[in-house]
Each structure stands twice: as structure tokens, then as C-alpha cells.
Design a protein around this ligand. Structure first.
Ligand code: SAH
Ligand code: TRP
Length: 336
């Protein structure tokens, strides 16, 4: 299903926002996720539900926190390498998965439009408000590019990618690749590769293994913005499913380093007995004080192992860059 939900033009169509994907409404999807997730062991909810309008704003705030280094590191690498990426990829289309505000992406758009002024930009995200804002902003700033924004879930099959085969660049920033479970990451890389043609490029940002104390600070900042972001999940659930008898303050944000799986884990721990009901779907929710829900994982990678995995998924490593401190990596990969 595709439906144009917003668009704007002066003399020609310069930006539009399309809905792509299953007929399942957001509500039905949330209901399914809650019904299966809350009885799983441990209870788990998919991270996409963080990103309502408030959650997207909170994430944007996270990216500017002194403790949250990934955004600054990725920006540093992009600033140094954008021109090289433009030359090597020869891209005439840029697809950005999980694009959010596309703030850093402007560095890449500057470089790409120097060679391809009439670039097609295809940001894809679940968060319609932030996506629309970014589409309008970017269409306004870059007068010759077309913005074809897609409201979609990158966990679903990808829509056919627009643009010329061999000249597409698919960017996946923010270390979001780390937010998948291992089997989900493999399935995701297969889907992305299948959607690409040989010669197309993937630009992948990945956070690297480092001192756990720095990781803990990045995911549990002193101002409590990350805690608020995590707790917003309860806000979304109670609003969308008419939750009664539960409030965000009934939970505490917990960030933990899992050394075995080299990943950060975000949990919500019940601070009291929860005896609630999601009235909209007639689902009771009982949780003893101290019980925890896993709301996000953020895998930290070894760059060699990541490149090996990418080769196994049909990509050749064109380049792998790190920031000066070696915190974060950006890899350019060619679909073969
Ligand atoms: N690329 C931005 C944002 C990263 S945060 C950056 O580098 O800063 C993760 C982004 O992915 C958010 O914008 C969120 O709305 C989006 N997102 C999360 N789950 C998603 C899903 N299942 N499908 C599509 N987008 C998703
Ligand atoms: N993709 C981001 C990351 O893994 C998402 C994120 C940052 C996040 N901080 C968070 C998710 C705190 C949940 C809680 O770095």
C-alpha cells in the first residue's frame, strides 16, 4: 500500500511524504507487539515505539548531550569523508534508513549535490512528524533535489528502491544497526542487499566496543534525558492503548553493559507492584516490583568482525573509517 500523505511544490513536485507498508494500522501493530512482548521472558518491547513526536525530540536532545559521543563522532568522520564518498559512490540517489532529522546527512547532501545537483533523496523513518519536517527543510535548502520521503518500518520488506541501478547510496547512520538482535540484523542486511543492485553502495555507521564506563554514561546521562526517553515508552503505551493504573514514574531507567554480548541494554524496572489494564484492548498487565522490561539493545562492534559479516551478506568493503579516538566507524560498502 502506498498513499501520499503530504506533499509540497512550487512549479514542480519537490517533496512528498508517502506511507509504505502493511495494511496493519499502527494501533494493530502496537497491540500485537504488546500482547507478545509483555509475556515474553524477559518482557521486551520493540524500540520503534520510542519514537512518537515527543520521543523523537528527546532523541534529538540525546544526540547533543556531552556524554552521548556517537553523533559527534559520526559527524567528524562524515565531515572528513563526504567528498570521497560522493566520488566513490557516484550516487544520484541517496536513501537514508531511520533518517530522523537527517541533521548529519546535510554534510553528505552538500558533497553529493556538488556532483549530482538533481539528486533524489529518499529518507525513510517510522516517525512521520520528524520525517515531514526534515523533508520540507531539505527541499527548501537544496533547490534542485527532489525529496521522496517514506513512512515505513525498516523491519518490513523494503519498497523497491528508486533511482539508477549502480548509482544508489543507502545510508544507515546513528549506530542503529546495533539496535537489532543478531538474527534480526542478518535478516535486515539480507533485505537491504536484495533491494540494492550490484554497484550500489551502503554507508553504515557502527559504534565500536570501548570502556564500559563511557558507554554507561552515554546511555544514562547526568541530566536524565535518556531516562526520560526510555520512560516515554510507558507514555506511548498508556496513551495509545488507554492504560489505566500505570504511570511512567512507576518505572526506573536502567542502563547496563552486557559484556558477553558486547551490548548496552536499556531496561525499565518496576518501582512498585503494577496492576494495570490496557482498556483499549482489554489486556491486564501485572508486574511485581523489581521486574524489568528490556526496551533496547545497542550492540557495540569489532570492526573486523563487522566487515566479515558484511562480506558474507554480499558486500565488498570499499573503505572503513574511524574518528580520531577510534570510538565509532563509518564503512562504505559496494553491493557485489
Ligand atoms: N539517523 C538518525 C536517527 C537515529 S535514531 C541519527 O543518526 O541521529 C533511530 C531512528 O530510526 C529514529 O529516527 C527512529 O524514528 C527510526 N526508527 C526506529 N525504529 C524504526 C523502524 N523499525 N523502522 C524505521 N525507522 C525506525
Ligand atoms: N540508536 C541509538 C543507540 O543505540 C538509540 C539510543 C540512544 C537509545 N540512546 C538510547 C535507545 C537510550 C534507548 C535508550 O545509540
Amino acid at each position: 500500500m502506498t498513499a501520499v500523505i503530504a506533499g509540497g511544490a512550487t512549479t514542480e513536485l519537490r517533496w512528498r511524504v508517502n506511507h509504505v507498508g502493511s495494511m496493519l494500522s499502527t494501533r494493530a501493530r502496537l497491540e500485537a507487539d504488546v500482547r507478545t512482548g509483555l509475556v515474553a521472558s524477559p518482557p521486551t518491547l520493540p524500540p520503534r515505539w520510542f519514537y512518537d513526536e515527543r520521543g523523537s525530540r528527546l532523541f534529538d536532545e540525546i544526540t547533543r548531550l556531552p556524554e552521548y559521543y556517537p553523533t559527534r563522532r559520526e559527524t567528524e568522520i562524515l565531515a572528513a569523508r563526504a567528498n570521497e564518498i560522493a566520488i566513490r559512490s557516484e550516487a544520484s540517489t541517496l536513501v537514508e534508513l531511520g533518517s530522523g532529522t537527517s541533521a548529519k546527512t546535510r554534510l553528505l547532501l552538500d558533497a553529493l549535490t556538488a556532483y549530482a545537483p538533481d539528486l533524489l533523496f529518499v529518507p525513510l523513518d517510522v516517525s512521520v512528524e520528524v520525517l515531514t519536517e526534515a523533508a520540507v527543510e531539505i527541499a527548501g535548502r537544496y533547490r534542485d533535489i527532489a525529496v521522496d520521503a517514506l513512512v515505513a518500518d525498516f523491519g518490513d520488506p523494503l519498497p523497491p528502491l528508486p533511482g539508477d541501478e549502480g548509482r544508489r547510496l543507502v545510508a544507515f547512520f546513528g549506530g542503529t544497526i546495533g539496535n537489532f538482535q543478531t538474527h534480526e540484523r542478518h535478516a535486515f542486511l539480507d533485505r537491504v542487499r536484495q533491494a540494492m543492485a550490484p554497484g550500489d553502495h551502503l554507508l553504515l555507521g557502527a559504534d565500536l566496543i570501548k570502556d564500559p564506563n563511557r558507554l554507561l554514561a552515554a546511555y544514562d546521562d547526568s541530566r536524565g534525558v535518556t531516562a526520560e526517553f526510555n520512560l516515554n515508552l510507558i507514555e506511548v503505551l498508556t496513551r495509545e492503548l488507554d492504560g489505566r493504573g500505570v504511570r511512567p514514574n512507576d518505572f526506573a531507567h536502567v542502563a547496563r553493559w552486557n559484556a558477553d554480548k558486547h551490548r548496552m541494554e536499556m531496561w525499565l524496572r518496576a518501582r512498585c507492584d503494577i496492576d494495570a489494564i490496557f482498556a483499549a484492548i482489554d489486556l491486564p498487565w501485572v508486574l511485581p516490583a523489581g521486574a524489568e522490561i528490556l526496551t533496547e539493545i545497542s550492540v557495540k562492534f569489532d570492526l573486523g568482525a563487522l566487515h566479515k559479516e558484511l562480506r558474507a551478506h554480499g558486500f565488498a568493503v570499499t573503505a572503513g573509517w574511524m574518528d580520531r579516538r577510534g570510538d565509532y566507524s563509518l564503512s562504505l560498502l559496494r553491493a557485489i
